[in-house]
Design a protein around this ligand. Structure first.
Ligand code: NAP
Ligand code: G4F
Length: 344
């Protein structure tokens, strides 16, 4: 039975990846941080109650704590490690740059160093959750594996360190270590301070009369949004090939925050029109002129990433991976789930 360790298992991707690997017959060790709440809604079904899976082993650890990480890796000697743990919110990384660096950069070092110092170079394969945020102020459109990076946040700068460290441990110590450069991917399990989840949650609440308005930041920012369950599958594929290589994973489509809002409202029967500009722009219900969307400068970032769109043809050619779910379908899935939750 293959053994995998997932850091960040209680996050969006970690929870889907745990399910995916369990279905493949893996023994999965999910690294959880100790927190004041025992409730971990995304993975509770894997280790509590009737639906629990005996092959899922929750385990306390923190990637900033080299002792705990080394103790886990030396004991389990896993076949695969998926490093998904991160302070993953770009806006928050401007408020918590030091913590973001400790987790996203030094956390990766702690894991790679433990693989090396335990002599697991030839037996443990390592996946690093790299990101399209590395492209930041983009140098070409679309972005591929050869596009130069230009990070625009403490988050992206920390992830840049982890990206190069992964390559360095591959070249210096022969570790099968790879970067998945994933573009934005979303799902009903997305944290509700990220834009897609924030918008669909607010739209359904507004429709139900539980919320007045949606307050939003940069309406013109464009992202390549994919569906998270399809993106975790390719993390696994990257560790099953003969040679370690880095891959861009994306849908190849880009849409603005404005379109995201419009499509979401349309799915609940509300047509949004816009008036004004910049900080004074508002979105209103065409039927009754009621203002439903307001721009709030609180949500702007000191430096923005204006447009991300990826070219994942290398993943298609080598891994045989292609996304099935694109923008419109993704938003439908998220809205439908939100409506169900609200009807409970
Ligand atoms: P997420 O929902 O924010 O999950 C991140 C997880 O990391 C959380 O469960 C968090 O635990 C855990 N974590 C944070 N600090 C930790 C620490 N010091 N030690 C151990 N665990 C820690 O993020 P996601 O969307 O699933 O993304 C997964 C990974 O992919 C992240 O590394 C992210 O940066 C990267 N990524 C994401 C996207 C995307 O669009 N989703 C795109 C590219 C790359 P708590 O629950 O205890 O806070
Ligand atoms: O949903 P977001 O917060 O995602 P962002 O910054 O693109 O980062 C996500 O994707 C990265 C991959 O490219 C990951 F590495 C990272 O961990 C994370 O998962 O914001 C998307 C866009 C931004 O341009 C932001 O300025 O939406 C814009 N936006 C406008 N109003 C907003 C808001 N973002 C948030 N979170 N909240 C707003 O009210």
């Amino acid at each position: 039975m293959k053994k995998a360790i997932i850091t960040g298992v209680a996050g969006q991707d970690g929870s889907y990846l745990a399910e995916f690997l369990l279905n493949k017959g893996y023994l999965v060790f999910g690294v959880l941080r100790r927190s004041s709440l025992e409730f971990k809604s995304r993975i509770d079904h894997l280790y509590k109650g009737e639906s629990k899976n005996v092959n899922f082993k929750p385990i306390y650890g923190d990637v900033t704590d080299a002792l705990s990480i080394n103790s886990i890796i030396s004991k389990i000697k896993p076949d695969e490690i998926y490093n998904l743990a991160a302070q993953s919110h770009v806006r928050v990384s401007f408020d918590l740059p030091g913590y973001t660096a400790q987790t996203d950069a030094i956390g990766t070092l702690n894991i790679l160093e433990s693989i090396k110092s335990n002599g697991l170079n030839k037996t443990t394969r390592f996946y690093q959750a790299s990101t399209s945020e590395l492209y930041g102020k983009v140098q070409e459109i679309p972005q591929n594996e050869n596009t130069p990076f230009y990070p625009r946040s403490p988050y992206a700068a920390a992830k840049l360190y982890a990206y190069w460290l992964t390559i360095n441990y591959r070249e210096a110590y022969g570790i099968f270590a790879v970067n998945g450069i994933l573009f934005n991917h979303e799902s009903p399990r997305r944290g509700n301070s990220f834009i897609t989840k924030k918008v669909v949650e607010s739209v359904v609440r507004i429709k139900k009369g539980k919320q007045d308005k949606l307050k939003i930041g940069n309406l013109d920012s464009r992202r390549d949004w994919g569906y998270a369950p399809e993106f975790v599958e390719v993390m696994w594929k990257m560790l099953q090939v003969d040679y370690p290589e880095d891959f861009v994973i994306a849908t190849g489509e880009h849409h603005s925050v404005r379109e995201l809002i419009q499509v979401s409202f349309r799915l609940v029967g509300i047509e949004i029109h816009w008036k004004g500009s910049g900080i004074n722009e508002v979105g209103f219900d065409k039927k009754n002129d009621r203002i439903l969307v307001e721009v709030d400068k609180y949500y702007f970032r000191p430096t923005e990433v204006d447009l991300l769109v990826g070219d994942s043809s290398k993943a298609k050619n080598i891994l045989g991976w292609e996304p099935n779910t694109k923008f419109q379908n993704l938003i439908e899935i998220m809205i439908e789930d939100e409506i169900k939750k609200n009807n409970k």
